[in-house]
Design a protein around this ligand. Sequence first.
Ligand code: CA
Length: 231
Amino acid sequence: MEKYTVLVVEDDRSMGVYLSSILSKNNYDVHYTRSGKKALSLVYELSPHLIIMDYGLPDISGTEVICRIRRHLDIPIVIISGRNREEDKVRALDLGADDYITKPFGTYEMLARLRVALRHSCCQRANELSIYRYKNMMIDFEKRNIVLAENEVHLTQNEYRIVSLLAKNGGKVLTHEYIINKVWGCAVNDDNKILRVNITNIRRKIEENPTEPEYIFTEIGVGYRMHESVV
Ligand code: CA
C-alpha cells in the first residue's frame, strides 16, 4: 500500500501531536510543524501529497499560506479550524483549499475527508486535459496556443492564463477571487477591475459579438464560466 506523505501545520501543540499520531497510525508518513513560514519551506523540501493545516497560525495567516502554495502547486490542502463562520470557509475554499473541517471533529470523519481530498487530486491529474474543444475553439495546453476557426488567437500571457484556467475547469463557475488569485497571486487587492479589463480584451479577440459571448460566460456577481470541453 502506498504511503502518503502528509504535512501537518498546527500551532496548538496538543492538537498537532494528536493529528500526527492519528495519521501515523493510519499509515501516513507524517511531518509536523507549528509555523506557517516553516510549512512553506517544507512544502518544497518534502513534496507532500497532502497538507492539513490550522487556519489561525501565529507567524503568517493560513490565508497567506494557501495563497503562496497555490501560486505554484496543486497539492490538496485541508483546513482545520476553530472558526465556524461561513465567510471564513468560503474565503479558504476560494483561495484554493480543498476542504474545511471545523473543530471539534470526529477522527473517522477527518480521515475520510483526507482520503477524498487525495482521491480528487489523483483523479484530477489523470484527467488533466491536454486539448480543449468547444464550437470553433481549440486550445492545446502543451503548445499553449488557441485556435479559433483555424486562426491562431494572440493573447497576452495573463489572458492566456485566464482562458486556460476557465477551459480546464470547463462547466464550473470560477469566482472572481479564485481567478485573480490563480493568475496574479495575492498581490492584487479584491478589486475585480483588472480581471474585467482582461476579460473584455479576451472577448474582443475570441467572440464574434462580445456582448453575446459564446465562449466565456459571465455569472453576474460571482465570476466566469466556460463550457465543458467537447472532444
Ligand atoms: Ca491555531
